[in-house]
Design a protein around this ligand. Structure first.
Ligand code: UD1
Ligand code: CA
Length: 461
């Protein structure tokens, strides 16, 4: 069995992006273009993945700082062409396998197509991914002979006007046995319109050497569309979004409008989730069965338990939300929020690094930070945990079943015991024990015989 080594070409600048950022680092569905390619490459389970870098190579490499899969980095100082780039990569790869070449700016290539291409190479042939384009623009054209066999690729800039009429294009993606490829690469020359070493010239060499060129038809135009400018990037973004929404619908989620949601990350959904219009899901999000997300919500890196309702315009980030909760509308559940089951976080409530036990409620206007809040606690409107003294953060603990009256100011560090009762409008700086009522405000005085001031200008008339 022949091992596969993958080469990803990513050294180019991407002039037409008009950007200070390397093209392959521009995001698609929330992830840099090249990360999509490497992600799909990994699914082919190759022996090695070598990435050819040049322009902003350090930044491209740094974007993979968390990747411990052993990517090989190949520096191409001068971009002398795709053939030159592959040649440099070849120097770092063994001879006993097949090589599959991908492009860092063709992000939506499918695993299915790559596997077909890889298999052609494993059978001793050259697999070449091709497609029919309605507008082939400046892509390389596939030249076939009378028998229909692929003979060569002609770059747009080198093509005759007749050849430019051909609508079958080169995706750039190909695979071949490494020994063959190495041999062809050593014969490349740069006597062409761009003075570059074209990888595409190896097709004619293969044909001459009697190696079959097996064309593999892309399943869609999008999977072989390269990003050259921001218009193409935006078009592919729409396509990527549709793919993601389709996957989630097949997995059991319904969308009010599949075209008005954005998914930038890896999302898992249970059965019968409902996602309303203008929702943004980013990072790693997991929604349990029957979760409903209202319009205008942003959910990032969070887990939301079965049956929980997220009401309109709520932000949930880095949270672990239990089942049967209700969040929002207009709530902000921040990182480190851990909510039990049946918790209610109402409008204009913010939580951060805070646990709320089962059935705890903060229904309106509150800030709960660095707090441990027990089961069945009721947090009144306007309650604030004063967790910050200007230098350090301090904790608030509230025991099960405690009642925190409206507009309470809890100056941390502070402990409020289970079933304790805090009177409305209290500013508390001392702990409250079990079965105590804490009143932290001045008494009300009612003064008799009071008459309200009258308007002095009125008196003069
Ligand atoms: C290439 C193909 C063309 C094909 C098109 C598909 C060649 C000569 N032409 O053209 O037939 O239709 O892709 O998208 O291969 N790169 C390097 N080092 C270099 C040059 C390029 O790493 O020296 C990388 C780029 O960063 C990019 C990829 O290779 O990711 C493709 O290079 P690009 O210059 O965009 O090729 P095209 O002109 O699009
Ligand atoms: Ca180019």
């Amino acid at each position: 069995l022949m091992p596969t080594d993958i080469v990803v070409l990513a050294a180019g600048k991407g002039t037409r992006m008009n950007s200070h950022i390397a093209k392959v680092l521009h995001p698609l569905a929330g992830e840099p273009l090249i990360h999509h390619v490497v992600h799909t490459a990994k699914r082919v389970e190759p022996r090695h993945i070598a990435v050819v870098i040049g322009h902003q190579g350090a930044e491209v490499r740094a974007s993979f700082a968390d990747d411990d899969s052993g990517l090989l980095w190949v520096e191409q100082q001068e971009q002398l062409g795709t053939g030159h780039a592959v040649k440099l990569a070849k120097e770092q790869l063994p001879d006993d396998g097949v090589m599959l070449i991908l492009y860092g700016d063709v992000p939506l290539i499918s695993q299915q197509t790559l596997t077909a291409c890889e298999n052609a190479a494993k059978n001793g042939n050259l697999g070449l991914v091709v497609a029919e384009f309605s507008d082939p623009a400046e892509l390389g054209r596939i030249i076939r002979d009378d028998t229909g066999a692929v003979r060569e690729i002609v770059e747009f800039k080198d093509a005759t006007s007749e050849q430019r009429q051909i609508s079958e294009i080169n995706s750039g993606i190909l695979a071949a046995p490494t020994t063959h490829l190495a041999q062809w690469l050593s014969r490349l020359q740069s006597n062409n319109a761009q003075q570059e070493y074209y990888l595409t010239d190896i097709i004619a060499m293969a044909a001459q050497d009697g190696v079959d060129v097996v064309p593999i038809n892309a399943v869609s135009e999008a999977e072989v569309t390269g990003v050259n400018d921001r218009i193409q990037l935006a078009q592919l973004e729409r396509h990527a979004q549709k793919q993601r929404v389709d996957q989630l619908m097949l997995a059991g989620a319904s969308f009010a409008d599949p075209s008005r949601v954005d998914i930038r990350g890896r999302i898992r959904v249970g059965k019968d989730c409902f996602i309303d219009a203008n929702v943004l899901l980013t990072g790693e999000v997991e929604l349990g069965d029957g979760v409903s997300i209202g319009p205008g919500c942003v959910i990032s890196d969070s887990r939301i338990g079965a049956g929980t309702q997220v009401l309109p315009n709520t932000l949930v980030d880095g949270a672990d939300v239990g089942p049967a909760c209700s969040l929002g509308p207009f709530a902000r559940v921040r990182p480190g929020s851990v909510l039990g089951s049946g918790v209610k976080i109402g409008n204009f409530v913010e939580t951060k690094k805070t646990r709320l036990g089962d059935n705890a409620k903060a229904s309106h206007l509150a800030y709960l930070g660095d707090a441990e809040i027990g089961r069945d606690v009721n947090v009144g409107a306007g309650t604030v945990t004063c967790n910050y003294d200007g230098v350090n953060k301090h904790r608030t603990n509230i025991g099960d079943g405690a009642f925190i009256g409206t507009n309470s100011t809890l100056v941390a560090p502070i402990n409020i015991a289970a079933k304790a009762f805090v009177a409305a409008g209290s500013a508390l700086t001392k702990d409250v024990e079990k079965d105590q009522l804490a009143v932290g405000r001045s008494r009300q005085r009612n003064i008799d015989g009071w008459s309200a001031p009258s308007n002095s200008s009125e008196k003069n008339t």
